[in-house]
Design a protein around this ligand. Structure first.
Ligand SMILES: [Zn+2]
Length: 163
């Protein structure tokens, strides 16, 4: 057996053309071009994805100043659980809630919220949205000493208004 150098497909030794991607062992130069093309496409897509995440807007408001919402794409959702032990930590640090110290519990809660928002963003990006409006964070106490953080919002497509 051998692996196709282009797509990694397992091929029999006698095979000279990959059934998966069409790589031709008798014409390896075509492979180099194809590989270059593939890498360029990959880099381009990755840059588009990075730009998208960077420009991705998440707001609790129902409108976007300076943008025109062109499409409502439905509710997107993300959640994260705060693990067992959160309550005992909360009790231990309850006085800090009213003090100036940031507690371990608070920072755990904040990172769980960020996690829930990230998951929600990923879902929206996967659906082709440009941003999320009307973002709402909910905390639910589960029976087994856990807290579930849920983020909900409306995925939208928008255009920048010329001002
Ligand atoms: Zn192949």
């Amino acid at each position: 057996m051998k692996n196709c150098p282009l797509c990694g497909e397992m091929l029999g030794d006698a095979v000279n053309k990959c059934f998966n991607c069409g790589y031709d062992y008798s014409n390896p130069n075509a492979f180099k071009e194809k590989l270059k093309e593939k890498q360029e496409t990959h880099e381009k897509l990755k840059k588009q994805e990075d730009d998208r995440i960077k420009n991705f807007i998440t707001v609790s408001a129902h409108i976007l100043d300076g943008y025109k919402i062109t499409k409502y794409m439905g509710i997107v959702h993300g959640e994260a659980a705060l693990g067992t032990g959160a309550f005992s930590e909360m009790n231990a640090s309850i006085s800090d809630f009213f003090g100036s110290n940031s507690t371990g519990f608070q920072s755990k809660l904040a990172s769980a919220q960020n996690m829930a928002i990230s998951v929600m963003k990923e879902n929206a990006i996967r659906n082709g949205a440009d941003g999320i409006i009307a973002v709402d964070i909910d905390l639910n106490v589960l029976s087994n000493n856990m807290i579930l953080v849920s983020a909900n919002g409306t995925a939208v497509k928008f255009e920048k208004l010329n001002t």
